[in-house]
Design a protein around this ligand. Sequence first.
Ligand code: GLN
Length: 488
Amino acid sequence: MEPYELTATEIIALYKKRELSVKEVLESVLNRIKSIEDKIGSFLFIVPKNELLTQAETIQKKIDKGKPLGHLEGIPIAIKDNISTEGIRTSCGSRILENYIPTFDATVVERIKKAGVIIIGKTNMDEFALGSSTENSAFKVTKNPWDLTRVPGGSSGGSAAAIAADMSILALGSDTGGSIRQPASFCGVVGMKTSYGRVSRYGLVAYGSSLDQIGPLTKSVDDAALLMNVICGYDPKDSTSIDIETPDYLEFINDLDLKGKTIGVPKEYFAQGIDPEVKSIVMSGIRTFEDMGIVAEEISLPHTEYSVPAYYIIACSELSSNLARFDGVRYGYRAKGSSNIIEMYKETRTNGFGPEAKRRIMLGTYSLSAGYYDQYYNKALKVRTLIREDFLKAFKKYDVIIHPVSPMPAFKIGEKIADPLTMYLTDIYSVTANLAGLPAISIPCGFTKDGLPVGMQITGRPFQEEVVLRFARAFEQARSDLKKKPPI
Ligand code: GLN
């Protein structure tokens, strides 16, 4: 087995036994990138090899001296390009930030560096995280490693494809309405969105500020737990970060007993519009839990049908306000040759933003405008409360809720991009966790006849990430037959 194929947990064990060096892992990963990145297109930037090897050397010295090693020290990570990295371009997949080099690290990046995790590059994404396929990147289209004619999902498609194709050991994505979980589902990897406020958003370029969370994309549940140990926790720099204790996730999920726990299976998430193969794969996933003696019962989340419209009104409203700062004055690209400031704003934004960003700025500006605010934005907020109440009511009786992440497996490149509404509708199952602020994971659950991975979402009570992880891990252990690599 090549080092690039291993999980972080496996690599750390080998570091400790001195059976593998940090340099060997980095070289293995970099060679893997060299041999297949042209086909996949996960990265927008790769850190030069000599810089990576210098970092590897420092950590190796520590290992050689027998000093205690951090849980993820010396492990390569790829970071979505909307997470601020000091001195490394952070483009958000947009022309408007094509040459933007931040002067500061996001809090998660600061924590990752402190933990000795090695940043190897920045990954491709839909422009400003707007999309479900990574086709909205201004720079390139990332391909799904399981089928190069299909999308990897989005918006964190670069990170998910990098993990699926073994071009990184760990990755970070961001999730506003499914952007970690849906690409995880399409690429057959683990992806976790935490409860709103669990991970600092400081340094994450904002899309929908009341929905966004940064989270891990990994090859295993244990790796996700370890990465969460690094990135979770209160941050005074983010006023929406919650000041509560972060448990040691790995230890917790080792201990947690699932006996007597219950699963709610929302019927609205298996209703019309779902691909029959996805339905039967996730149903069989639920049966795996039933075989462990866990009770699963059908429930109803009655406001599900309003989730997509409510989400898109809220997300676009917040987006239109967040993107106002890109005006050619403060960050990134500025149009040349304008004769006055208004013209400069117009030219900059016309040339700098892609079509999806423009569409959503218009949608959001409209729904926030005087006269329409009550009709759209305020109404959507009310619907959001009803959706959250649906979940909280269900959580009085059930420990977790399980359903497919997406109604379909990875679709073809070009299949939906010309029809935005069809694309938006694919988010129906994933946006509710963000609207309700809940922790949710996507784990590989099975494969279609065509060999495409299908993810199962496990959603938990607010701030009960450990319960979600425990369920995910039990499933992963029970279904080791699902551990497959894409044919690339
Ligand atoms: N597909 C959803 C959207 O386009 C979610 C994106 C995300 O989570 N960043 O808004």
